[in-house]
Design a protein around this ligand. Sequence first.
Ligand code: ATP
Length: 307
Amino acid sequence: MMQLAQPLNFFGFVYREIKQALVDMETMFSLLRVPAEVTDQPDAPAMQVKEGRVTFEEVHFHYQPEREILKGVSFEIPPGRKLAVVGASGAGKSTLSRLLFRFYDVTGGTIRIDGQDIREVSQDSLRAAIGIVPQDTVLFNDTLGYNIAYGRPDCSRADVERAAAIAQLDRFVTSLPEGYDTQVGERGLKLSGGEKQRVAIARMVLKEPAILIFDEATSALDSQTEQEILKSLNEVSRARTTLVIAHRLSTVVDADEIVVLDAGRVAERGNHSDLLARDGLYAAMWWRQQKQSEAAQEGTEPPLSDD
Ligand code: ATP
């Protein structure tokens, strides 16, 4: 019996490892979500990032030809500045970040980084220049340290600790008995949405991209977690060109420019006080969210949604 049990154990082990490898691969592909049609031109040169200026020029886009999502969107993010995009659910905000990372090609208009059309440079060089903190960060079934260092496997433990401190993750890690060696993901500790976003922010600290995209989580976070995430985001986005896809207007108050997207078009633009004074869509969203969060604090209403 023992003789039979051992090979069975072995096959069980191999089966589990293969299954896990497939899960990791799937995670990786869902993370990258790169459609097959986005390809490099033959001999596409590497992108040269000089200052990190991002320009959307009359950008059009559809996932399906019969339904245009972006209908001529233009804006520029000067080097080191922060531009926030707000608007109702489905307005096309996250689509902008997918296009900048070139998950898809625009169907009209152009996106440029320092004057270079992003379709004309190699995807590797484009993606090396951009860091994304996505809405829902996918963790690998490995240690917390590995997950923070993901993309920079050569970095030292000291680098990981520095990144975690900037991302305000260090106190959480030191509270865990196994610290950075704690297993996370499917087979380990499940992190909260806010903790996962901070892992993504720590990754950005290590990657040091010239351009940063922050796709704010849709789910309501408690206000302390929200403040901690904003603080760590501000640390990492300092002096980097930053595109924020925002669901909560409290995130955008300090942005250099706010673009209000409505059904695929830019409806308003300006900074927070300009837009409040304008008393249009943004002002209406702002007052609605203020009322909702006051009601939520008084316990009379559930926390606000984004639209
Ligand atoms: P939210 O605030 O809810 O995240 P959003 O403004 O970021 O919304 P997008 O995610 O950019 O909106 O989506 C814009 C529209 O495009 C939506 O109507 C959505 O259903 C549609 N859409 C998004 N991804 C796809 C896809 N892969 N295929 C087809 N349609 C899509």
